[in-house]
Design a protein around this ligand. Sequence first.
Ligand SMILES: [Zn+2]
Length: 107
Amino acid sequence: MHEVFRDWDSAKVGLVNQLLKSEGIQTVLRNWTGSNITEVPIPDMFPNVCVLNHEDFVRARQILTDYFQAPSQAMEEWECPKCQEQVDGVFTECWSCQAPKEDPQKS
Ligand SMILES: [Zn+2]
């Protein structure tokens, strides 16, 4: 068994489990209580999701990476640094003046 995801928030772990199952990956939940830990959290005791088959491990990691990176960051509207137009998150340059999106990681 190969652990692919661990979090104190069992709701998140449950969600990840559903996500992987919907992709046809066999998963096993460990330390699963169905409710969030309210006492002092011990990382070793956190609920976690494992994949049963080693062949699925890389794919499972990829699915999770895509899932957690994609929606919030990529789709948010951004303001053009040049002409201050609001640009839809799917575009990487301004639809009005073609200025590239300012990358906050660069500065
Ligand atoms: Zn612009």
